[in-house]
Design a binder for this molecule. Structure first.
Ligand SMILES: Cc1cc2nc3c(=O)[nH]c(=O)nc-3n(C[C@H](O)[C@H](O)[C@H](O)COP(=O)(O)O)c2cc1C
Length: 193
């Protein structure tokens, strides 16, 4: 069964480490005949959540930018691969802006008791890919927690993390072929219907 697979490249470095890994995962999805779409957050007009609470009334955000279109994709997709770098021990700003804007979904789900995704169809699931320049302890903890909350908000099962430390300059990840193998395997597992 062909699944719809959305890849979100969150790094501002188009040819950076996380995007290279993401492309590897997306290649698997393509070769297996799934419907794939790749979004670069750096291409989107995105503004941070204002915390105005307007979405609490009708589940609609007052900010007019590209986020509603992305939300539509996120509600319809079967599989998600999110790739984001670590900045200051958490996800980078672009990723966090996107995640915070899911407050609209929080309002729809918990305040307005609305169903976010279509009731039928396969269970939705996703993986999180990240890289960081150092090898500090607990490097990915904050990012993982935010991303897990994001997935939960979207009713997407958090299937796996693929996390790589000591990867700094754009392209450094190429020295770690095992990371590409791991991402390929994670993508293959993700695509089992
Ligand atoms: C603004 C900024 C903050 C960063 N903060 C951290 C950090 O807190 N810890 C860390 O290990 N690496 C940090 N890094 C390094 C990146 O995580 C690393 O270069 C990563 O591989 C970038 O992924 P990308 O190539 O996909 O953009 C930071 C890099 C930048 C530009």
């Amino acid at each position: 069964m062909a699944l719809s697979v959305l890849g979100i490249a969150c790094s501002p470095r188009r040819n950076g480490n996380t995007t290279r890994l993401l492309l590897e995962g997306m290649k698997i999805a393509q070769t297996e005949g799934h419907r794939t779409e790749l979004v670069f957050l750096s291409d989107l007009r995105m503004n941070p959540c204002l915390g105005c609470g307007a979405c609490s009334a009708e589940g609609v955000c007052v900010i007019k930018d590209d986020i509603p279109k992305l939300q539509e994709k996120l509600t319809n997709v079967d599989r998600l691969i999110l790739a984001a770098p670590i900045y200051f021990m958490g996800v980078n700003a672009q990723t966090k802006i996107m995640i915070d804007r899911m407050q609209t979904f929080w309002a729809r789900k918990y305040l307005l008791n609305q169903t976010l995704v279509r009731p039928s169809g396969p269970e939705r699931s996703g993986i999180f890919i990240s890289t960081a320049g150092t090898q500090l302890p607990n490097l990915f903890d904050c990012a993982e927690r935010s991303v897990k909350t994001f997935f939960h908000m979207l009713d997407i099962k958090y299937a796996q993390s693929c996390l790589y430390s000591n990867v700094d300059k754009a392209g450094d990840i190429e020295k770690s072929q095992s990371s590409f193998i791991e991402v390929r395997e994670a993508a293959q597992a993700l695509l089992i219907p």
